[in-house]
Design a protein around this ligand. Structure first.
Ligand code: HEM
Length: 231
């Protein structure tokens, strides 16, 4: 952990404190605040969506444009991808900054990502195909971007169900192997996005760039001679 000497005025004795932690915040407070703060930040996209929808109900067309249903599907699709990338990034950031305590919020981020994908799927069922099952089956078989999106959702299910500590203990080493599916899920999510995008590739390219950087950070060290896996 990066540390710095800060002069304590009363005793003139140098004391060691983490660089980024103000002296008046004790580690106990940072620990107890970490999860509520992470929860509040991760909930922001959903709170903003509620605000958009309320505005839309009051004055149709004012906040979500002419096709509110499609706007909700796209909004939740975008945030599904960003939340999946945030979940992946937490591992890299905690390793690079040597802050293992950040790992405790990774599970929360993953569950938010899963909730967002599930809502994205539900909004697709509600607004775009209006629970017309033959049409949904046709979409799943004929539209390849729907097929891969659905595959990603199915693969996310076991990860969300086994995210508890109890399952982590029960599955042991297999838990880690199972949760490596997250790389495939994000990859399928990216394929889904590239296949459905017709113009304006800026956002998908940014998502791909972030994913590539995260993968390089994770797997490049393994190519070095003498690398020892932590597993
Ligand atoms: C991990 C899973 C998924 C991720 C990360 C994801 C992500 C996205 C993203 C980023 C968009 C584009 C939003 C934009 O253009 O601004 C999108 C659109 C869309 N997604 Fe997904 N999605 C996933 C799963 C699904 C599933 C399961 C379905 C339905 C079976 C689905 C159906 C759609 C549809 C219909 C659109 C809008 C296409 C359009 O109107 O142009 N997605 N999704």
């Amino acid at each position: 952990m990066p540390t710095a000497f800060r002069r304590c005025l009363s005793t003139a004795t140098p004391i060691r404190l983490p660089l980024s932690t103000p002296a008046w915040i004790s580690p106990a407070i940072t620990k107890s605040l970490r999860k509520p703060v992470a929860f509040a930040l991760l909930a922001l996209p959903f709170i903003y969506l509620i605000w958009l929808v309320i505005g839309e109900v009051v004055a149709p067309g004012s906040r979500l444009g002419p096709d509110a249903g499609e706007a909700v599907v796209l909004y939740l699709g975008d945030w599904s991808m960003w939340l999946l990338l945030i979940t992946l990034a937490i591992t890299s950031v905690s390793r690079r900054l040597k802050r293992p305590q950040l790992i405790s919020i990774r599970r929360m981020a993953g569950l938010f990502a899963f909730a967002c994908v599930a809502l994205h799927f539900l909004s697709y069922l509600t607004f775009l195909v209006t629970f017309d099952w033959p049409l949904i089956v046709e979409d799943l078989t004929d539209r390849r971007y729907i097929t891969v999106g659905f595959a990603a959702l199915l693969l996310l299910l076991p990860l969300a169900l086994t995210s508890t500590r109890g399952w982590q203990r029960r599955l042991g080493k297999r838990w880690k192997r199972l949760h490596r599916l997250i790389y495939l899920i994000v990859l399928l999510g990216l394929v889904h996005v590239f296949w459905l995008t017709k113009d304006g590739y800026a956002q998908p390219m940014l998502m791909l760039a972030i994913f590539s950087l995260l993968m390089l950070e994770r797997f490049l060290p393994r190519l070095r001679p003498g690398y020892q896996s932590a597993n």
